[in-house]
Design a protein. Structure first.
Length: 164
């Protein structure tokens, strides 16, 4: 598996298996960083924890978008659809950081983010778009045969070259 291609290129197509493997690797790395850095930082200072969470999201944005674009290409769709998939989450995180979508309250000695009405609306929109992205990228089969973005990753080169 070529990780450089998976995480850094916006060209070509990938099927579901490499998408899931590469996504799982990114997810595990993000969880480890969250436990090692974000949780202690959030416990010390909620605002700094939110800022660090936004920075972590931005750091994983490029490889995640690269995976998603190639997966959309496999489905015969433009990679620009990834903007729709990631925008609600980034807007929600930025609004949380700016205090627009809720506030932090101390409950039993812990700082807890309590969303306001706008926060709940953004959370529901983000959740709905995330489900759409999950189904589109992770579960739906790609187009059979070559498409405008490249050859079918499930077909061997010999089968694609054969006429008919």
């Amino acid at each position: 598996m070529d990780f450089r291609y998976l995480y850094a290129s916006f060209e070509g197509r990938i099927n579901r298996k490499p998408f899931w493997i590469a996504s799982l690797i990114l997810f595990v790395i993000a969880i480890v960083i969250s436990f090692a850095v974000l949780m202690p930082l959030s416990a010390a200072n909620a605002t700094m924890g939110a800022l660090a969470g936004l920075i972590l999201s931005l750091a994983f944005l490029y490889p995640g978008v690269a995976l998603g674009v190639k997966r959309l290409h496999d489905r015969g769709k433009s990679g620009r659809l990834m903007v729709v998939f990631i925008a609600p989450c980034l807007v929600s995180q930025l609004c949380d950081l700016l205090g627009i979508t809720g506030s932090y309250q101390i409950i039993a000695g812990h700082s807890i983010h309590m969303p306001n009405t706008l926060g709940w609306i953004l959370n529901f929109v983000t959740f709905g778009v995330a489900i759409w992205a999950l189904v589109t990228l992770g579960f739906l089969k790609g187009t059979s045969g070559a498409n405008g973005y490249g050859p079918d990753p499930l077909m061997s080169d010999a089968r694609q070259a054969a006429p008919g």
